[in-house]
Ligand binder design. Structure first.
Ligand code: NAP
Ligand code: ZN
Length: 367
């Protein structure tokens, strides 16, 4: 495939020191990802320039780059589980120095004055700018993500990493899969005495098991994959249910305080509603492009059950999650890949064949 090249006129809009780098992305939803050249703006006064070491591969990357969700802009460079070292800072940057270990998650900007931003919930700001596919004045007019060598981000959206450097690749998935599961577990006050179900044991789900376990809950994993039974126990589940087997589901009826549903495809939610206690909640974090099976209202009203959603997490909570994971020695289980293996990785992710997060070694972009 022809590599996409940024025109010189675009480079000039980014400042004199704008940098040309290698990235992996797609030119259209029906095309594979390929190597391309993009530019990053010169760091402004409050910007941090990061030499990306690793970037996790989220199922949202696949939804977005293949135009399964509305509004994908091309070229699309996915990636919002970014870790690396600070390579330059703007003159006004106070919180970071060159060589610091840092991360960037799903958000690179927000309005900073709405009710949501005021309480550190930038993830719910109406003007939240995603790390890719978000509006920006940088070329080409939308943000380009972490499947790339470097990124430039306002210091407000940069996270500090306190894990040992040797764990850096396995820390990357915390920036999305970690916070997306940590935030609802905290919101619904999961702790000792709680019984939590995690549905779908992929990138998000395996982090949900680890985090709910570390918070002291009794954790039940629900998987469609018989092959994940033993692994789910090792990841932190106290019990595992293969959800396609109705007779395995029955003993868990009305037994759970919270279900975290991470499944990336439409499915029938009703068998899972039956597992909730009175007043308990199923929080959807999985974001398939097409609707789930029709809602069975009686399954909710008979026990005053709740159906909710949750979107990643704000910047302060993301830092709290990183600190929590460092204190509890929690990282993701990963499979490190080269950037040119990304299309195969997507194909395997669609088959549920990943243990449990692909992470791109950004050094492979230089080859
Ligand atoms: P993933 O690694 O692909 O895991 C999804 C898991 O869902 C699979 O491993 C599989 O687990 C289960 N599954 C069951 N049936 C499936 C099917 N037909 N197709 C695909 N998966 C199926 O994905 P992920 O990165 O964890 O992301 C999961 C979903 O969360 C995606 O839709 C993603 O866009 C969304 N997401 C949402 C947020 C948010 O803020 N709300 C943030 C990040 C991602 P079993 O084998 O155990 O059944
Ligand atoms: Zn993600």
């Amino acid at each position: 495939m022809q590599a996409w090249r940024v025109r010189a006129t675009m480079v000039n809009t980014l400042g004199d020191d704008a940098m040309t780098i290698t990235a992996f992305g797609a030119l259209a939803g029906d095309q594979p990802l390929a190597s391309m050249t993009i530019t990053r703006r010169a760091p402004g006064p409050h910007d941090v320039q990061i030499e990306i070491a690793y970037c996790g591969v989220c199922h949202s990357d696949l939804h977005q780059v293949r135009a399964e969700w509305a509004g994908t802009k091309y070229p699309c460079v996915p990636g919002h589980e970014i870790v690396g070292r600070v390579s330059a800072v703007g003159a006004e940057v106070s919180r970071f120095q060159v060589a610091d270990l840092v991360g960037v998650g799903c958000i690179v900007d927000s309005c900073q004055h709405c009710d949501d931003c005021a309480v550190g919930l930038e993830n719910y700001c109406n003007h939240m700018v995603g790390t890719y596919n978000g509006p920006t004045t940088d070329a080409p007019g939308h943000t380009l993500g972490g499947y790339s060598q470097r990124i430039v981000v306002h210091e407000r959206f940069v996270l500090r990493i306190t894990h040992p450097e040797a764990q850096l690749a396995a820390v990357a998935p915390l920036l999305c899969a970690g916070i997306t599961t940590y935030s609802p577990l905290r919101h619904w006050k999961v702790g000792p005495g709680h019984r939590v179900g995690v549905v779908g044991i992929g990138g998000l789900g395996h982090m949900g098991l680890k985090l709910a376990h570390a918070m002291g809950a009794h954790v039940v994993a629900f998987t469609t994959s018989e092959s994940k039974r033993a692994a789910a126990l090792a990841l932190g589940a106290h019990e595992v249910v293969v959800s396609r087997n109705a007779e395995e589901m029955t003993p868990f009826a009305r037994s759970l305080d919270l279900i975290l549903n991470t499944v990336a495809a439409p499915h029938d939610l009703d068998p899972f509603f039956q597992l909730l206690k009175r007043d308990a909640t199923m929080a959807l974090v999985g974001a398939p492009a097409t609707p789930h099976a029709a809602l069975q209202v009686f399954s909710l009203i008979m026990k005053r059950r709740r159906l909710a959603g949750s979107l990643i997490g704000g910047i302060p909570e993301t830092q709290e999650m990183l600190n929590f994971c460092a204190e509890h020695d929690i990282v993701a289980d990963i499979e490190l890949i080269r950037a040119d293996q990304i299309n195969d990785a997507y194909a395997r992710m669609l088959k549920g064949d990943v243990q449990y997060r692909f992470v791109i070694d950004s050094a492979s972009l230089a080859r």
